[in-house]
Design a binder for this molecule. Sequence first.
Ligand code: ZN
Length: 129
Amino acid sequence: MHSFKVKTKSRFDFVKITHKVKKIVEQEKIEEGVITVFVPHTTAAVTINEGADPDVVVDIKKELDKVIPLRDNYSHMEGNSAAHIKSSLIGASEQIIVENSALVLGTWQALFFCEFDGPRTRKVFVKIS
Ligand code: ZN
């Protein structure tokens, strides 16, 4: 299993990690298979979405904040319930197919680490199978 760190810069931050996963596939000389990208955090997530237009991430943030507001009389005393809920909605893992030594992604797709309670230094696990 492989891992790498991601430094996030704000409370809500989407960080592209496609190149880091690509590097692992290249280093390990993986020709085909499936890789699982897993985030071991309860207030972060991983997702695949458009990497070309940064406004897509702006809109995702705006709409997530609308559906799950920062303050809403939550029970969890730590004060970061919105981040926990967003983490569960988006999900802690993604799978990507590797074919001909390359990640199988659509033209506009990128892999994002999703921070909902930053800034922090986070960890990402990558397992090849
Ligand atoms: Zn908490």
